[in-house]
Design a protein around this ligand. Structure first.
Ligand SMILES: NC(=O)c1ccc[n+]([C@@H]2O[C@H](COP(=O)([O-])OP(=O)(O)OC[C@H]3O[C@@H](n4cnc5c(N)ncnc54)[C@H](O)[C@@H]3O)[C@@H](O)[C@H]2O)c1
Length: 381
C-alpha cells in the first residue's frame, strides 16, 4: 500500500462559518459492511450521549439495483444497534434524480414517523447519495445522513464534500444544498459488482484528481494500468484513499466553492453539457472524461501545456477504456448548454484548465471560439 494509512480512515473537517462551527466526519475504508453498525453506535455515543443510536430510527434509502445486493447486509449490521430500520427502494438512474423522487423520500419519512433524531443511510451510487443527502438536508430542516457509496464514482468523489441535490428539467444539479454527512462508509468490495462502463465512469473522477492536483499520483495511476483495469480491490482502495485525500484537502479549505473547490469541476463544464445533450445515455464520468479532453485541448492552445502532455493525458484516459470523444452534431447546440452551467457567474464562463499536469487553474476568460475548437477536437463525427 502506498497511500492508505493503518487506521483505514480519513477525517474531513470543514469549517462552517455561518454557524461558527466545524463539520467533522470520518471516511471509513472496509471490505464489507460488518463494522457499520458499531461505527454508528460509537459515533452517536460520542456526539450525543442523550440520544444514542439505540433510540434512533434508521432509514435506508437505496435503488432497485443496489437493494438486492447490499440492503440486507447493511440492515443486519445496524438492526441490533438502533430502534428500528426501514428501507425505501427507489428506481435506479440519473433520470430519477429529480424533485419528484425527493418528494417520495419526504412522504416515506413522514409515513414512517421520521423525526429530527432519525438517520438516513444513503446506500448506492452518486444519484442516491445526492438525492438522499438533499432530502436529509431539507426534511424537518435537516436530519443526519450517512453516505454508503457503492460505485467507484461515489466512493472517489460524490460521497465527500457535502454537495447534495437533484436535476431540474434535465439541467444538472440545479436544486441542492451543501450538507455534510455524519459518516462515509466505503466498502470497496461493492465495486466488483459494477458493470465495466460504470466502473470506468468512476475512474474518470479518480484520474481527474491526479490531473488537477497531484502529478505524482497521476503517474502512479498511469504506471498501474493493470491494477486499474483488473478492479483489484487492494490497489483500488489505495488509489481511492489518495483520491479522497486530494478532495479532502480542497473541500476543507473551500467547503462552499468560493474559489479553490472550483478546480474539482475540471472536465465538468463541457462534460455536463454533453451529459444533458445525450439525454443521460452517456454516464457522468464518461462525460467528465470527454470534458477533460476538451479542457486539455484549450490548455494546449493557450500554451499552458505542451502537445506531448496533451497527448499523454488524453491517451491515458483512452487506454483505460474511457471515451474522450463523442458525436457532436453542432457546437451551436452545446455552447448554449455550457453557458447555462450554474457554475458561471454574472455571465462569465468559469473554466478550469491545466497549467501542467497536476496544476489546475481557474480561467474566467475562455472565449466561445476556444470552446468551439475544443468541441471540434472531441467530436468523433
Ligand atoms: N455530490 C457530488 O459532489 C457529486 C460529484 C460527482 C458526481 N455526482 C453525481 O453522481 C451521479 C453519478 O453517480 P454514479 O455514477 O454513482 O451513478 P448512479 O448512482 O446512477 O449509479 C450507477 C448505476 O450503478 C448501479 N449501482 C450502484 N452500485 C452498484 C454496485 N455496487 N453494483 C452494481 N450496480 C451498482 C446503480 O443502481 C446505477 O444503475 C451524478 O448524478 C452526478 O451528478 C455528484
Amino acid at each position: 500500500m502506498r497511500y492508505l494509512n493503518p487506521e483505514h480512515k480519513l477525517t474531513v473537517n470543514c469549517p462552517d462559518s455561518a454557524r461558527n462551527t466545524n463539520n467533522t466526519y470520518d471516511i471509513l475504508y472496509r471490505y464489507d459492511f460488518r463494522d457499520l453498525g458499531q461505527a454508528l453506535c460509537d459515533l452517536y455515543a460520542d456526539r450525543d450521549p442523550e440520544a444514542p443510536l439505540e433510540k434512533r430510527r434508521v432509514f435506508i434509502i437505496t435503488d432497485t439495483n443496489v437493494a438486492p445486493l447490499y440492503a440486507d447486509e447493511v440492515s443486519a449490521s445496524v438492526t441490533d444497534h438502533c430502534f428500528r430500520v426501514t428501507k425505501l427502494v427507489l428506481p435506479a438512474g440519473e433520470k430519477y434524480k429529480n424533485t419528484e423522487t425527493v418528494n417520495r423520500i419526504y412522504e416515506f419519512l413522514i409515513e414512517n414517523k421520521a423525526d429530527r433524531s432519525s438517520v438516513i443511510l444513503a446506500l448506492g451510487g452518486g444519484v442516491i447519495g445526492d438525492m438522499a443527502g438533499f432530502a436529509a438536508a431539507t426534511y424537518v430542516r435537516g436530519i443526519d445522513f450517512v453516505q454508503i457509496p457503492t460505485t467507484l464514482l461515489a466512493q472517489a468523489d460524490s460521497s465527500i464534500g457535502g454537495k447534495t441535490g437533484v436535476d431540474v428539467g434535465g439541467y444538472k444539479n440545479m436544486a441542492g444544498a451543501f450538507y455534510m454527512p455524519v459518516l462515509v462508509y466505503s466498502n470497496i468490495s461493492t465495486v466488483r459488482m459494477l458493470e465495466k462502463r460504470q466502473y470506468l465512469s468512476g475512474l474518470a473522477e479518480v484520474i481527474k484528481h491526479g490531473m488537477i492536483l497531484d502529478k505524482e499520483y497521476f503517474e502512479y495511476l498511469r504506471e498501474n494500468e493493470e491494477g486499474l483495469a483488473g478492479q483489484d480491490p487492494e490497489f483500488l482502495l489505495d488509489a481511492l484513499f489518495r483520491s479522497n485525500e486530494i478532495k479532502k484537502q480542497v473541500v476543507e479549505q473551500d467547503p462552499y466553492e468560493k474559489g479553490l473547490r472550483k478546480l474539482l469541476n475540471f472536465g465538468h463544464t463541457i462534460g455536463h453539457a454533453i451529459e444533458k445533450d445525450s439525454g443521460f445515455t452517456l454516464f457522468h464520468g464518461e462525460c467528465v472524461s470527454i470534458g477533460c479532453a476538451g479542457a486539455i485541448r484549450i490548455s494546449e492552445n493557450r500554451g499552458m501545456i505542451t502537445a506531448d502532455e496533451r497527448k499523454e493525458a488524453v491517451a491515458f484516459l483512452e487506454s483505460t477504456g474511457l471515451p474522450v470523444r463523442t458525436a457532436i452534431p453542432s457546437a451551436d447546440r452545446i455552447l448554449p448548454l455550457i453557458k447555462l452551467d450554474k457554475k458561471n457567474s454574472a455571465g462569465v464562463l468559469s473554466f478550469v484548465l491545466l497549467k501542467g499536469i497536476g496544476n489546475a487553474v481557474t480561467c474566467p476568460d475562455v472565449s466561445s471560439a476556444e470552446i468551439t475548437d475544443a468541441l471540434d477536437y472531441i467530436n468523433s463525427k
